[in-house]
Structures are given as structure tokens and as C-alpha cells.
Write a protein that binds this ligand. Structure first.
Ligand SMILES: [Zn+2]
Length: 591
């Protein structure tokens, strides 16, 4: 089996922290001539500071690399930070179900889009499945016996229809005439509109079986995915089948345990299920570990270790011990080839299959357990899932027969099911990220990407700033509708208040905008403006991108990296197309 080489973790640098000294109330805006007549512009708040002799003789670039050392503490509670960034709120009307503000929804959706963009590379196809299923399904899946107390039940408030409807008599016409068609949909029958005689598809017709019974709100997607698999007749050639699902899930957590985004009753997973041949287990697990590596590199985390939990020692497990042994052997091989440290948690697997837990290490040195890869021998049996394969006896054992006589035989074989989640719960992962970034969001995830501050009250300037907002929010806009689905879009705010620039800058800094643009009367003549990039965590990446954006541009180059980044907020005079390219590059590289 070929495993992709783990990617090198991204270096996440933090920008200079904002000085804590007293503010003088003055804002600087300076430019310094360069030999080629171009300007490196810096602006920023002026801070009272002690004059300290400069002792660091290293190159400015090396000093810029070190700015992360002065980062702010990362132990902020995600609930406090979420209030500051207007990410989500809760209400007693729905305990444990976060209501996401547009800023929180934006992060949520970007995480989703990020995963959606990766799915084709890992063979997943997204599916859309119901929120409620009848109790009969939960009985079949085993949730009824093992998970009932953690589920919400759902029942219809609609009274059972009168016997006349059940007998096929049209009540909407106010008559008791027998209907022309075989039956009427319950929705139409109770909806008040005259019902034509043509029958609806049978699935919508009134039927005692359809209307009887209560429902459960789904706590997991697995049974629904089993129904999808079962609905098609599959050959071994079509496996693995990989379904991904972002459905909301509900679990009835005890009210006293509910907290922020970490203990919730409604949540979403980047849930995925793989149905594969027994011989494919190893390669599928290997792919998922590659997926985990790739995803967490983007977030500046790395896989610390993997933990394999094996067959329960008390004999409480389903399936044959030989099946477990074979599957565990495949998992061991994958773990050994993964390049990661791994350990054995003997006997700690669930009764339905062994699992691999992924322990991550954040750049704050804290360990997190989010991703899980779980084998399941039970659900495919409970749902009677099968696929057709030649040499079925060998197929069941994970062997591929070469014997023509055996290959002539065709038979049905039960697939192995793999449950896997990379981020786990979106809500919980967002809580982790909120604390991990502590307000210094990478640009692509930032809920406050860009703000344009208008200098003064000149109506032309104010109007131009509004236009600028649209230009930056939807770059390359042709004015044609509908827009392309992959058209870039950014979160751009403007500040047109009649306040001093110092106050506007201070406010934008406090709200942690990634990019702050300043636009005044002087800028009306050209197509450029002063841009502060200090809110973007990876300052080194910015310098590298800026150098490439336009050779000979006014962008700062390495030798001009500010020597005292804590004191002078680095800025640059950028033309609008340069700024847009910078924003697009940062987004494209997940920086
Ligand atoms: Zn599952």
C-alpha cells in the first residue's frame, strides 16, 4: 500500500502584539523616499515608550520571524472570544443549540467549503439524508437498545385523519363522494384546495404504515447511509462507496453539562462512511490518515500520536474473532507505515469493531482528540448490506482468488463499514480554533477580513469608499448575474463615521481586522491606498507573496521589513489589483 508522505506542518507565525503602553492619541503616517522613487509607507498609532537600546543585530527578516514569541496568551475561553467576534449566541428556547451570527456562520461555512473542496481527492461524495427516522429504524440499528436515552423523540401533532379519508373518500370537496383515484395525499386532503383525481405517487399517499409510529431525531448519520447503500445493487467493482454528510445531529445531553460550543445538543459533523471490501480496509484507513494529516497541517496542528483500540477482552463483541484479528492486523500495518507514533489500547475497542483515535498537538502544545476512524462489523449485518463478488468465500476473508473455478462462482458478501470524522463536531472544532487562534484568525477563516477606513468627511471620498467595498467584496465583478459559483468573495466592512482616523484605527485593531485600508482625499487621484497587514498571522508569508505580486512594485521587500514591528505597524501603499491578488493568494493557500 502506498501512503502519501505526511506534509510538513505549516509554520503559523503570530503578528506583533499590540503594545500595552499608553496611547498618545496621535496617528503617524510617514513615507520615506526610496532610490527608485517609490515609497514605503507606514502608518500606525503612536505609542509612548521607553527608549531601549537596540541589541538585536540580526537581519530584519529574522527578527520578523521571531515576532511570534511575543504572542498573546492562548488560554482565552472560546465563549468570551465568541462574544467579542459576534460568532454565536444561545437561547433558553433551545438549550444547547447555538445560534450562529453571520460571523460564526461564515467560519462554519468556510470549514465546510474547505472540506468539500478536498472530498473529490479522497473519493467522497456528499449525500443529503433525513433528520428524523421512525423508531423502527433505530431498533434495527441498535440505537433503540443502546442509545435511546440520548435521543429526542418526535411525534406528529396532527390528529389521525377521519376514517373517511382512510377509506379513500374526498373530504376536501366537502362531500362524501367516493374519490375517482385510488387515494389522496394527506397533505392535499387537509390543505383546503380541491384535489384533482389524479393520484400522487404512492409514497405520499395516506397509508397506515406511513403514518403510524413515532420518530427519533437522528444522533448519527450511519443508519441513513446504510439505507442508501442498500438501495442499490452493487458489484465489488463499485466499492469502496464513500458517503459524506454535513447533516445537523441531535443528542440529548444533560442540561447541566451544556456549555458554549463544546457541549451541545445540536451539532454538525464532517461525517463520512466508507463501505468497502474486507481486503480494502487497510488502504482506506491509510487514506483517511493522509486526509487527517493534510487537514490539520492547514490549521497549524499536527498528528501527535495514533491510538489503536482492539477487540474487547471480556468476549463482548460481535463477529468472529478471526475477522477481528484480520482487521486489526491491517490496522497495525497501516499504523506502522503511517510514519506516526502509535500505541495500542488493548481490549478498548467498541463491541462492534476496532478503532483508531487521532491525538493532535496544537501549536499551543495542547493535545486534542477530534478525528476518529472506526471499523464496524455490526451495522452492515443489521441492515443486511451486501455486494456481489466472485469467489465469495475468499472475498469474505479479504483474499483475492486467482483460481478460475472459484472466480466463476458469484455470491453476496457483507461489506465492512468504516465511520470516520476528520474535524469531528464542527461546533467543538470551532471552539478549539477560536481558542487556538485567540483572535488572530488566518485571513481565509477570518470573520473580519478587511475594513476600509474613510479619512475625513469629503463626500467624494465617502462615496468612493462605498464603491471600494463592493470592488473588494466581489472582485472581478462583471455585473452579470448570476455570478459564478467559484467567484471569490471577501468580507469587507467600511467605517464612514465622522471620527478621527486614530479612533477608527484603534477600533479596527480592537476588532482584529486582518487588513485595514485607509482611504483619504489624496488617494482619489490614483488607484492606491495605504494598507495595514499586521492583523494577518503569517507575516513571513505576506512578505513572500508581496514580493511576487508585482516585481518592482511598491510592496515592501525583505530588506524593508520593519525592524521594530511591535512599535510601528507595517503598512504598504498598494494598488487595488495588488491588494485583491494578495487577498486571493492568502485564501488560495489557506493562510
Ligand atoms: Zn457513523
Amino acid at each position: 500500500m502506498r501512503l502519501l508522505r505526511p506534509l510538513r506542518p505549516l509554520q503559523l507565525l503570530r503578528p506583533p502584539s499590540i503594545p500595552t503602553q499608553k496611547h498618545t492619541g496621535r496617528l503617524t503616517h510617514s513615507s520615506r523616499p526610496k532610490p527608485e522613487g517609490k515609497q514605503l509607507v507606514r502608518y500606525g498609532s503612536k505609542w509612548k515608550q521607553k527608549t531601549e537600546p537596540r541589541t538585536d543585530r540580526r537581519s530584519p527578516l529574522m527578527q520578523a520571524l521571531d515576532v511570534g514569541k511575543e504572542e498573546e496568551p492562548v488560554n482565552h475561553d472560546h465563549r468570551t472570544l465568541s462574544t467579542q467576534f459576534e460568532l454565536f449566541t444561545t437561547h433558553e428556547s433551545s438549550p444547547g443549540s447555538p445560534l450562529f451570527h453571520p460571523n460564526g456562520a461564515l467560519i462554519f461555512q468556510r470549514l465546510q467549503s474547505f472540506l468539500r473542496a478536498q472530498y473529490p481527492a479522497f473519493g467522497f461524495r456528499e449525500v443529503v439524508t433525513p433528520t428524523i427516522y421512525k423508531d423502527s429504524l433505530w431498533k434495527q440499528s441498535g440505537h433503540w437498545d443502546n442509545y435511546q436515552d440520548d435521543m429526542f423523540s418526535v411525534s406528529s401533532r396532527r390528529k389521525r385523519p377521519p376514517a373517511a379519508v382512510r377509506e379513500g373518500v374526498d373530504v376536501t370537496l366537502g362531500t362524501t363522494q367516493p374519490t375517482q383515484g385510488p387515494a389522496f395525499t394527506i397533505s392535499k386532503a387537509l390543505g383546503g384546495e380541491p384535489t384533482p383525481s389524479a393520484p400522487e405517487p404512492s409514497a405520499c399517499n395516506h397509508n397506515d404504515d406511513v403514518d403510524s409510529g413515532d420518530y427519533g431525531l437522528k444522533p448519527m448519520n450511519c443508519p441513513g447511509h446504510c439505507l442508501l447503500f442498500k438501495s442499490r445493487k452493487l458489484s465489488y467493482r463499485e466499492l469502496p462507496v464513500r458517503y459524506a454528510d454535513f447533516s445537523p445531529l441531535h443528542r440529548n445531553e444533560i442540561s447541566g453539562s451544556l456549555s458554549g460550543l463544546t457541549r451541545v445538543r445540536r451539532f454538525h459533523q464532517d461525517d463520512g462512511h466508507i463501505f468497502c471490501r474486507p481486503s480494502q480496509v487497510g488502504q482506506e484507513i491509510g487514506k483517511q490518515l493522509d486526509f487527517v494529516d493534510m487537514v490539520y497541517n492547514v490549521f497549524g496542528m499536527r498528528v501527535h500520536k495514533l491510538v489503536l483500540s482492539t477487540r474487547p477482552l471480556d468476549g463482548n463483541f460481535i463477529g468472529k474473532a478471526e475477522d477481528w484479528d484480520r482487521a486489526e492486523e491491517q490496522l497495525r500495518t497501516v499504523l506502522q507505515n503511517s510514519g506516526h507514533e502509535w500505541e495500542l489500547n488493548k481490549g478498548d475497542g467498541a463491541f462492534y469493531g476496532p478503532k483508531i483515535d487521532v491525538i493532535l498537538l496544537g501549536n499551543d502544545a495542547r493535545q486534542h482528540q477530534t478525528a476518529t476512524i472506526q471499523l464496524d462489523f455490526q451495522l452492515p449485518q443489521r441492515f443486511g448490506l451486501e455486494y456481489e463478488a466472485p469467489a465469495p468465500e475468499q472475498e469474505r476473508l479479504g483474499l483475492e482468488s486467482q483460481d478460475p473455478a472459484q472466480l466463476e462462482q458469484k455470491g453476496m458478501v457483507t461489506p465492512v463499514m468504516i465511520h470516520r470524522a476528520i474535524l469531528g463536531s464542527f461546533e467543538r472544532f470551532m471552539a478549539l480554533l477560536i481558542e487556538h487562534y485567540n483572535g488572530r484568525w488566518p485571513f481565509w477563516l477570518s470573520p473580519r477580513q478587511v475594513i476600509v477606513l474613510a479619512v475625513g468627511d469629503n463626500p467624494t471620498v465617502l462615496k468612493h469608499v462605498s464603491t471600494l467595498q463592493d470592488d473588494l467584496r466581489m472582485p472581478h465583478e462583471t455585473g452579470r448575474l448570476p455570478r459564478r459559483m467559484d467567484a471569490p468573495r471577501f468580507q469587507v466592512d467600511i467605517d464612514l463615521r465622522s471620527e478621527s482616523l486614530a479612533k477608527k484605527v484603534a477600533s479596527a485593531k480592537r476588532r482584529k481586522y486582518s487588513i485595514i485600508c485607509v482611504y483619504g482625499e489624496k488617494d482619489l487621484k490614483g488607484n492606491s491606498m495605504v494598507v495595514d497587514l499586521s492583523g494577518i498571522p503569517n507575516q513571513l508569508a505576506i512578505w513572500n507573496i508581496m514580493e511576487k505580486i508585482k516585481p518592482g512594485s511598491q510592496a515592501p521587500v525583505k530588506k524593508n521589513v520593519p525592524t521594530e514591528m511591535n512599535r510601528n505597524i507595517p503598512g504598504a501603499r498598494l494598488e487595488q489589483p495588488q491588494l485583491i491578488r494578495l487577498m486571493e493568494t492568502l485564501t488560495g493557500r489557506y493562510l
